[in-house]
Ligand binder design. Structure first.
Ligand SMILES: [Zn+2]
Length: 249
């Protein structure tokens, strides 16, 4: 999802370096590269929310060099991630933003059946044995994400007069959604943790790619015609998007 106003830029801006991913344990940690004209050496740090590795890259240092620098700092990154608290665990008592509203996770071993939501008390009730709680909760969130995204994708497909083959739900850290040339849509399950207008926008965005496989003016016109909240949703993702990646499985 490139910048909405990118084409209005006047001065030529150096092309941003493509982000990377480091696999640390079970985690896929995003790596961002920031080109800095005054930087004299490569500097690596963790973003304030602890979700992303940020590498400052001096001029004339390549992305490959910066990435291998990050790889060499893997032990440091791992230690810092741990020190940071490693995000929010899916454990009883912790709160997660279901459809953008904080809900407390409650373990209800005596309860039968599947995960349930108590909207009045803002609780997510998870039955079964405690060691299985994170897995059960994630499976349930993936199912919920699929249902919401299926609905939103169908809505926009009808509005934009396009068809798609199927949707896939993944845990990809680098993107919220994608659209393949074979008309298959794929989305991050973590969209169930964003406010409804954000999930809705991501569906509108990917469905619009079925018509325009680019981020040109015609693409954005199509998105904005059917999804006026796109601008607000993009802003939300930019500001808060990293937060939902703090939830660890
Ligand atoms: Zn896109």
């Amino acid at each position: 999802m490139a910048g909405l106003f990118a084409r209005f830029r006047k001065a030529p801006v150096p092309r941003p370096l493509e982000p990377g991913v480091m696999t640390i344990g079970l985690d896929q940690v995003p790596v961002q590269f920031r080109r800095h004209a005054q930087a004299r050496r490569l500097v690596l740090r963790l973003s304030p929310d602890g979700s992303t590795v940020v590498v400052t890259v001096p001029p004339r240092v390549s992305r490959a060099e910066a990435m291998s620098f990050a790889e060499k700092s893997r032990d440091w990154v791992e230690k810092r991630l741990k020190a940071h608290g490693g995000g929010i665990a899916l454990a009883p008592g912790n709160r997660i933003p279901l459809r953008g509203v904080l809900h407390e996770i409650r373990h209800v071993p005596a309860r039968r059946g599947t995960v349930a939501v108590d909207a009045t008390e803002a609780l997510i009730l998870v039955p079964g044995e405690l060691p299985h709680l994170p897995r059960r909760l994630v499976d349930w969130m993936k199912t919920a994400a699929r249902a919401d995204l299926q609905l939103a994708s169908r809505k926009y497909a009808a509005l934009m007069d396009v068809t798609f083959k199927r949707i896939t739900i993944r845990d990809q850290r680098s993107r919220w959604g994608s659209c393949s040339a074979g008309s298959e849509l794929s989305y991050s399950w973590r969209l169930i943790l964003t406010p409804p207008h954000v999930l809705d926008y991501v569906a509108a965005h990917e469905v619009a790619h079925l018509k325009h496989m680019n981020h040109g003016p015609r693409f954005w016109r199509l998105v904005l015609t059917h999804c006026p909240e796109a601008v607000a949703a993009k802003r939300w993702l930019k500001t808060h998007g990293h937060g939902v990646h703090r939830i660890r499985m």
